[in-house]
Design a binder for this molecule. Structure first.
Ligand SMILES: Nc1ncnc2c1ncn2[C@@H]1O[C@H](COP(=O)(O)OP(=O)(O)O)[C@@H](O)[C@H]1O
Ligand SMILES: [Mg+2]
Length: 249
């Protein structure tokens, strides 16, 4: 019998902030190559789940495993090694506004570069070709030396994607990556994101739009008040499930 280990796994995970329970007793597995969407109302726990998966948050209870490691059992150094293999894209891009695009793209190397190299690169950009190639792939090759805050929202999200390309992780997490973009740009950025994920990389993306979730992902997890309400193949998402997920009470 062959046994495939999940790339990510939550085992009875609960997350509390003070007394407030943001996630409650969540157990799930995500396998290599899956494209998983997280949907649910604001406050349902989507961002919390993503932060648990990339180890920026430690669960109050239960275990989070990523790439075969229990994240709670790792030293800071070991955790960084795992995090190097997990790229995260955020709604607000998380770029340094007053730097040139190339520096933000090169931040994808930071998990691997020693500090002095990172510092030198701020003055004399290193690996210019890698950065230029990444920008080419996301469709804005001409912006290499532009100041990041002069770019439009859609272009800034492309820079964030180029940074993940340079990082070249095994899995990509995206927390509402298109929430600040209009409908058409949302599609373009999602097309691009899925292209970067390619055949065998894993994608976990939280989305406001169920339509986008169904279009781009093969599995949809519905979160409500910190619990998993459903976890089904995209084609099995029915309007009854959605009404229940988004009902007010
Ligand atoms: N650092 C925090 N401190 C206190 N409460 C938090 C914190 N992070 C999230 N929460 C709360 O946890 C719940 C889930 O939040 P979140 O995961 O951001 O939901 P979503 O991304 O689905 O909108 C919300 O009620 C939010 O206010
Ligand atoms: Mg959120």
């Amino acid at each position: 019998m062959s046994f495939v280990q999940p790339l990510f796994e939550l085992r009875q995970v609960s997350q509390r902030f003070d007394r407030f329970s943001a996630l409650h007793d969540v157990t799930l597995q995500i396998y290599e190559g899956e494209r998983v969407a997280l949907v649910g109302s604001s406050g349902a726990g989507k961002s919390t789940l993503i932060r648990l998966l990339n180890g920026t948050l430690r669960p109050t209870e239960g275990e989070v495993w990523a790439l075969g490691r229990n994240l709670s059992g790792l030293s800071a150094r070991q955790l960084r090694q795992v995090q190097r293999q997990i790229g995260t894209v955020y709604q607000q891009f998380h770029l340094v506004d007053n730097l040139a695009v190339i520096h933000n793209v090169n931040a994808g190397h930071l998990g691997r570069w020693p500090l002095f190299k990172a510092l030198v690169s701020l003055v004399y950009p290193l690996e210019v070709k890698t950065a230029a190639d990444a920008l080419e792939r996301v469709g804005i090759p001409e912006k290499l030396y532009a100041r990041t805050d002069r770019l439009s929202g859609g272009q800034q999200q492309r820079v964030a994607l180029a940074r993940v390309l340079v990082q070249n992780p095994q899995a990509i997490l995206a927390d509402e990556p298109v929430a600040s973009l209009d409908r058409e740009l949302s599609r373009e950025v999602m097309d691009l994101l899925c292209k970067l994920v390619e055949a065998n990389k894993t994608l976990v993306v939280s989305l406001h739009s169920v339509e986008l979730a169904q279009r781009y992902c093969d599995r949809i997890i519905g979160l409500r008040h910190g619990t998993v309400q459903f976890d089904v193949p995209s084609s099995n998402v029915s309007s009854a499930l959605l009404e229940d997920l988004y009902r007010l009470r």
